[in-house]
Design a protein around this ligand. Structure first.
Ligand code: FAD
Length: 413
């Protein structure tokens, strides 16, 4: 896309999209498709940085479950705006959209859907090319600093740029500014004050879908950060040892400051307090069977030898030093290892954030009720969902709905 063309501030644009993530790109495409000029402003030097990051370890694009079950994953529950947008641009539509961009999709055994390449790089490149061909003008290094409704009903958007402040006027503005997680690749949530100045209700940001903190010894960090526990079952207990959430099953990645992975993220929904993680390192083996397997081992063999023979992760025995178990024997430690945790990781490493612009501020097309012509979509809104493709699907579906509403308004004018 071009990044150079001048836009006359006096000549209002038909549509200005602010934020070059998946929600903003989809909104821009819908408006450009009906032949209207769109400027896409982005604070960072390039577009789709968080999408690229998300694709680094396998991009979970969406999920194949029926729409009712799919929509039930979102918080707040039963929200008609969320449901209607998913219905307007369904998971299957997203797969077709990617195929049109030359990126076929595939379905994993869990029902999750991924691009065949696993990454976002290829289809993002193709998408940006297509937007350029549709006439979308990208303005990178344009950070929105203010928004004001003019007497003639158009919007004035103020930006900080490398060349100093500039203003653009537009009949419609679609904000797709992202949440507050991973601030290094995009949104820092610092746009919140712009909407507060317009009188909008904002809910405070908090990390969501994040890892859990545990202070490891220096040795454990060095030796095991980046290693995995394969197919374990996790249960979160409160400080009194009562089950509070779970079980959640899957692989776990050990990091320098704790644990993370798709199996850990649902547990993070519980909040930031101190908790105990109960780990079943062998969920696929019944307790009796495991007891029989242990009984067959040489009784005098070292713990490390026994752990090796039982194919436990290499970190299992060192973990006993990190978190000595108050009681029990090898069988208990394998089936119900208790690991005290120190709360959630922060926003800087969370997959997504809770909080943002309250959904009650919006109509069905994601237009601000108190600010006609101004729309907001994607992770900047106060909805949340687990990982599994639900985040991207909702952002893209909402971008579709707002973009289509603006396009219809322009076509009718
Ligand atoms: C490590 C990681 C892995 C993930 N994996 C997955 C996954 O597999 N599946 C899934 O569904 N989701 C995943 N996600 C979440 C997903 O990437 C986000 O939900 C999605 O990118 C949000 O889209 P968005 O368009 O709303 O916002 P963003 O993608 O955050 O884009 C918002 C854009 O707005 C720009 N912006 C912010 N403020 C301003 C301003 N003042 N002026 C101008 N521009 C501004 C930002 O720079 C940014 O480019 C992952 C996230 C992370 C961090």
């Amino acid at each position: 896309m071009t990044g150079t063309d001048d836009v006359e501030a006096e000549q209002p644009l038909a549509c200005l999209v602010v934020g070059g993530g998946p929600a903003g790109l989809m909104a821009a495409e819908q408006v450009a498709r009906v032949g209207h000029g769109v400027v896409l402003a982005e604070a960072r030097p390039n577009l789709g940085r968080k999408l690229l990051l998300a694709g680094r370890s396998g991009l979970n694009l969406t999920h194949s479950e029926p729409l009712e079950a799919f929509a039930a994953r979102y918080r707040p529950p039963n929200n008609p705006k969320i449901y209607n947008s998913l219905e307007a641009f369904r998971p299957q539509d997203l797969c077709t959209f990617l195929e049109d961009l030359g990126e076929p999709t595939m379905q994993g055994s869990s029902g999750r859907i991924f691009p065949k390449s696993w990454h976002a790089t290829g289809f993002l490149r193709a998408w940006l090319k297509r937007l350029q061909a549709l006439g979308v003008q990208a303005r990178v290094r344009h950070a929105l600093t203010g928004l004001e409704r003019q007497a003639n009903g158009t919007w004035r958007a103020d930006f900080a740029t490398d060349d100093g402040p500039i203003s653009l006027a537009a009949a419609s503005v679609i904000l797709a500014l992202g949440g507050a997680s991973w601030p290094r690749v995009g949104s820092q949530g610092d746009w919140a004050s712009i909407l507060q100045d317009l009188g909008c209700r904002m809910l405070p940001f908090a990390p969501s879908n994040c890892g859990l903190k545990r202070s490891w010894s220096a040795y454990f960090q060095e030796r095991f950060a980046g290693s995995h526990w394969k197919d374990v079952s996790l249960m979160l207990l409160d400080e009194a040892g009562t089950p509070a959430f779970g079980p959640s099953r899957g692989d776990v990645t050990l990091t320098r400051s704790g644990i993370e992975s798709g199996a850990v993220y649902p547990l993070s929904a519980l909040g930031g307090g101190k908790t105990i993680l109960e780990i079943d390192f062998r969920p696929q083996t019944a307790r009796d069977q495991l007891a029989a397997d242990i009984a067959r081992l040489r009784p005098r063999a070292s713990l490390a030898k026994k752990a090796g023979a039982l194919k436990l992760p290499a970190s299992f025995v060192p973990l006993l030093k990190e978190a000595p178990q108050a009681s029990g024997d090898l069988l208990d430690w394998i089936k119900a290892f208790r690991l005290p945790l120190e709360g959630q990781m922060g926003l800087d490493r969370a997959i997504s954030s809770q909080g943002g612009l309250a959904l009650v501020e919006l109509d069905e097309a994601f237009q601000l009720l108190r600010s006609p012509g101004l729309y907001a979509v994607g992770e900047m809104l106060a909805w949340d969902a687990p990982t599994g493709g639900y985040l991207l699907q909702a952002c893209i579906s909402q971008g579709f709905v707002a973009g289509r509403a603006v396009a219809q308004g322009l076509s009718a004018a």
